[in-house]
Design a protein around this ligand. Sequence first.
Ligand code: 13P
Length: 259
Amino acid sequence: MLYNMYMLLVANWKMNFTATEALRNLKKFSKLEPTDTEIVIAAPQIALAQMAEAAAAEDCKIQIAAQNFDFHPNGARTGEVGIEQIIGLVDYALIGHSERRVYYNEHDKACAQKVAAALSTKIRPILCVGETALERERKQAELVVRAQVAAGLAGVASNRLGEVIVAYEPVWAISGFGGSKLCDPQDAAKMFEIIRDEVKVMFGAANAKRVKLLYGGSVDSDNVAAYARATKAEGFLVGGASLHLYSFRDILDKIELLR
Ligand code: 13P
């Protein structure tokens, strides 16, 4: 038995689906029957409220995450959705996803403010970290990821670490960036050690263990077991392969076989 604890399987639907399609897919996904896996769908913003309402229905085991939010509670922020507007709708929120860091200039300071804002509510932050291809090429991957972790978690009180999730997604391994490269599971494992070490430096060994780590970047049913074994990840953040029930279910099946 590799795991005796729960796994978190997060589907990041990114900017896909109309609201109608997203709701229809949620209905399909709600037929999944995980045993020891918590399934979360990071909903497209356009469908967030409706999906949250549908997921709250008694027979639905799926939790909903926001893909992003503004840490300001409300006010003059045209086009944004503020933390107060997602309270009660979502259980989790992605923070600092690389697509937001790369395309929308979202940096560590804003990530830290979002982590703090999420923790001030009952929303569990999923802080996303990862180096670009250039940073890896320049041998800066460790430096970059350590800095992202340190900055993102800087304001977290140690007694809240059990609610914090960090997702390591090497930017160059994310399918949406057009790369077709897979991160070697052993390289992913090395980065997991680095992240765990950074959290340990910040909060001490006992506290560090309470932070959950996910892996993401072209995860599918063919490679998920290798990543799980190498990294001992407590879950996965899945983009492309989460858009269809069949490919997502295959990942879930593989994860549950690891137990
Ligand atoms: P892919 O699984 O499509 O590479 O996306 C990963 C990701 O960015 C999940 O947040």
